[in-house]
Design a protein around this ligand. Structure first.
Ligand code: NAD
Ligand code: G3P
Length: 335
């Protein structure tokens, strides 16, 4: 089991996951971009920008020096946005300790290459796929930071590595399961952000729980279609990284994606909604483009994702998106 762990990225989830690891007894150093954030975490035990009011473990240290964070690390946790991961990791690559497990927390599909995050990590770090793990599940950072119980999945093609990291992040409020289906777990995490945008739009339009349930269920169906086309195990989509994360994100006012969609549904423009998120990522806004392209490449029908893309990037009104989805040709539920 890795004992010394670097967490790179001190946003909401990076800070929270660093707390989970420190609470689990690991020796954790958290890399932050800004010196005032690193100082607040190390000196005051708080990240006031991302997790105000949450006491962080006294053992958790933070630094702006990636070399100090990475020195001697047996696992390196990557907690930066999907679309900057490649660039961030390229800068850190020379300092990555040989053999360390590289763990992606990011939920997205890269624009342009259409690669999943673990594929980007393996490519940029120059390591085999078996050295890269992902953590994904119903994991709204703020709830976990408050030590509310949840579960998650540590996915890695190397089952022994997955078990070792599962043990490394085990606490009395964070329980993880292992899975070797990395494709399914990553697609579940990336696609649910897009479906949460759609649910947010529905909420902003004033629609209730039936609409949400229909979007969640049909969203899961199109996610699973894409996953199966890419070689995922369909069962993964009924697990924590599939249905679990989809339900949490689509239902929670804490979700940045759902909240972003809500603003669009209430008539705000993309720019207005972006300004309101205070620089925090709503990954689905970008991933709807790459997922839509990935689906087209594999001949997979993803009507909700397509609608979200057209609202976000082609000016379609959310109300028209709803009408278009309802007016599609009728078909068997299992198709
Ligand atoms: N917040 C959650 O509840 C949560 C839970 C599970 C997974 N995730 C995923 O984890 C990833 C990180 O999310 P987060 O919530 O920590 O995001 P965030 O917006 O709260 O923080 C992003 C972090 O990345 C850093 N960063 C480094 N390089 C950057 C760059 N070039 N541009 C922007 N930021 C840069 C920022 O300084 C910040 O510390 C995302 O893919 C997200 O989907 C988030
Ligand atoms: O706040 P969101 O929408 O990025 O969602 C956070 C997590 O991914 C939920 O598991």
């Amino acid at each position: 089991m890795p004992q010394r762990i670097a967490v790179l990225g001190a946003g909401s989830w990076g800070t929270t996951f660093a707390k989970v690891l420190a609470d689990a007894g690991r020796d954790v150093v958290l890399w932050a971009r800004r010196p005032e954030v690193a100082a607040a975490i190390t000196d005051r035990g708080e990240n006031p920008d991302y997790l105000p009011g949450i006491p962080l473990p006294a053992t958790l240290r933070s630094t702006v020096d990636p070399l100090a964070a990475l020195d001697g690390a047996q696992a390196v946790v990557l907690a930066v946005p999907s679309q900057t991961l490649r660039e961030n990791l390229a800068g850190w690559r020379p300092a990555l300790p040989a053999g360390a497990t590289l763990v992606s927390l990011a939920k997205g599909v890269e624009l342009g290459t259409l690669k999943r995050m673990s594929e980007v990590v393996a490519e940029v770090a120059g390591v085999p796929a078996g050295q890269v793990a992902v953590v994904s599940g119903p994991n709204l950072a703020r709830e976990i930071a408050a030590e509310q119980p949840t579960a998650s999945v540590v996915a890695c093609p190397d089952a022994e590595r997955a078990v070792a990291f599962q043990r490394a992040c085990f606490t009395n409020y964070f329980r993880s399961y292992t899975n070797t289906d990395v494709v399914g777990c990553e697609l579940g995490g990336a696609c649910k952000n897009v479906i949460a945008l759609a649910c947010g739009m529905a909420g902003g339009l004033g629609y209730g729980d039936n609409t949400m349930a229909a979007l969640i269920t049909r969203g899961l169906a199109e996610t699973a279609r894409l996953g199966v086309a890419l070689g995922a195990d369909p069962l993964t989509f009924s697990g924590l990284a599939g249905l679990g994360d989809l339900v949490a994100t689509c239902a929670s006012p804490l979700s940045r994606n759902r909240s972003f969609g809500d603003r669009l549904g209430r008539g705000e423009t993309l720019v207005q909604a972006q300004e309101a998120t205070n620089g925090q990522v709503a990954e689905g806004v970008k991933s709807c483009s790459s997922i839509r392209e990935l689906a087209a490449r594999h001949g997979v029908d993803m009507p909700i994702t397509d609608g979200v893309y057209r609202v976000c990037h082609q000016g379609l009104e959310p109300l028209k998106m709803a009408a278009e989805l309802l007016g599609r040709a009728q078909k068997d539920e299992r198709q």
